[in-house]
Ligand binder design. Structure first.
Ligand SMILES: [Mg+2]
Length: 386
């Protein structure tokens, strides 16, 4: 318990208080720092099917997360969310998770499927790009710094009759984006009718599959200018993830972005040659896990108030997920220092382990998973603080 009270002073939100505490606790502080440095582990949580189902917390997730903070609400164990979902900027997702889960979550702790799109800024910063998916895909890309970004809703509205089924889509009668961005304004602002689209980004799960497949086929086979025949080269196409299915609020799995990719690719390859070229991000791609390692190290340096160069590599990183082919497969491909924990609150519900992608540990809920981790890590250093 002594350790906990010292941590409160050292890493509390009001860092000034640690200065005021001054020399009186200097010795204790160094002991505390030494002990925290011995916690060389981090945790990555999947969200859908582990932390939340829809917007409802599951598996004791609020209680599990609270164990990673000290009594004053300051972070003491580096952890992040590693989700293939998205559709809103990381800062807004962090606020939303903070509200639902009752702990203070930093934008840095939210890694979404589309987060790696930031790395493509150099290539497309000033190029016309079209974004696809639920939520606010164009806002996500604008916040990453892309300057000529249109959602597929906005882009499609610039072309008369591009979607022959539009008159039958009564849910499209309200289009809030048109209040500020009328088609004629967008046509002029971005030269939509003459500027080629250089890339399309599927940021989150597409909403209107029939329109999106139609318009993406138009963009991709025309070389970036719908209605102007067939042209080369195919604009680049990026997917934030490739999940075939995921666990949402409905009792059984829903079709994800991977299902949309299969539909688009199958249709495109029937109407066009050469076949569709694309790049998919998200788990199980090992680059996602490598990137998470870097962020966890940054969080460790934030917790210990040290420069990143002074921080040791984490010895173990736990991935807690519900989807064997995405979460567990990704850990297996990445290897050390990752350790996989499969919960039974989402896609996976079986009694034993998964046959094709067996996890290092199978457990019922995320709270049990966190208890297991804290017990194991405490026993490693011989201090019972959890
Ligand atoms: Mg999941």
């Amino acid at each position: 318990m002594r350790f906990l009270s010292v941590m409160k002073v050292t890493f509390g939100r009001t860092r000034v208080s640690s200065r005021l505490a001054g020399l009186v606790i200097a010795r204790s502080l160094s002991n505390a720092t030494l002990q925290s440095e011995r916690y060389d582990f981090g945790i990555a949580f999947d969200i859908d099917g582990v932390i939340l189902r829809g917007r409802t917390p599951i598996g004791g997730s609020p209680e599990a997360l609270r164990k990673l903070y000290d009594d004053s609400g300051s972070l003491r164990i580096p952890y992040l969310f590693l989700t293939n979902g998205g559709g809103i900027p990381e800062s807004r997702r962090a606020q939303e998770l903070t509200r639902i889960l009752g702990v203070d979550i930093l934008p840095l702790q939210v890694v979404q499927g589309h987060s790696p799109f930031k790395n493509l800024l150099n290539r497309y910063e000033n190029e016309l790009i079209v974004t696809v998916g639920k939520g606010e895909p164009a806002t996500v890309m604008s916040e990453y710094g892309f300057r000529k970004t249109l959602s597929i809703d906005e882009y499609s509205s610039c072309f008369n009759d591009i979607d022959p089924l539009a008159p039958y889509k009564h849910w499209f009668t309200e289009q809030p984006f048109l209040k500020n961005n009328r088609p004629e304004v967008m046509q002029t602002k971005y030269n939509v009718l003459s500027d080629k689209v250089k890339a399309a980004f599927v940021v989150s799960d597409p909403v209107d599959w029939s329109r999106d497949i139609q318009v993406l086929c138009d963009i991709l086979q025309s070389g970036g200018l719908p209605g102007k025949g067939v042209g080369d080269p195919q604009p680049a196409l990026y997917f934030a993830a490739d999940d075939l299915e995921y666990q949402a609020a409905f009792p059984c799995e829903r079709l994800g972005m991977g299902a949309f990719r299969i539909a688009l690719e199958s249709i495109y390859n029937r109407i066009h040659h050469p076949p569709l070229k694309y790049t998919s991000y998200g788990k199980p791609n090992p680059s996602v896990f490598k990137n998470a390692e870097v962020i966890l190290k940054q969080l460790q340096s934030y917790i210990l108030e040290k420069q990143e160069e002074e921080i040791h590599e984490l010895e173990t990183i736990y991935m807690i997920g519900d989807n064997p082919s995405v979460d567990i497969n990704g850990v297996q491909q990445t290897g050390k220092p990752w350790f996989s924990i499969l919960t039974r609150t989402g896609v996976f519900r079986e009694n034993g382990n998964h046959a094709q992608f067996p996890a290092d540990l199978v457990i019922d809920t995320v709270e049990e998973a966190v208890d297991y981790i804290l017990r194991k890590e405490s026993s490693k250093i011989g201090v019972t603080i959890f």
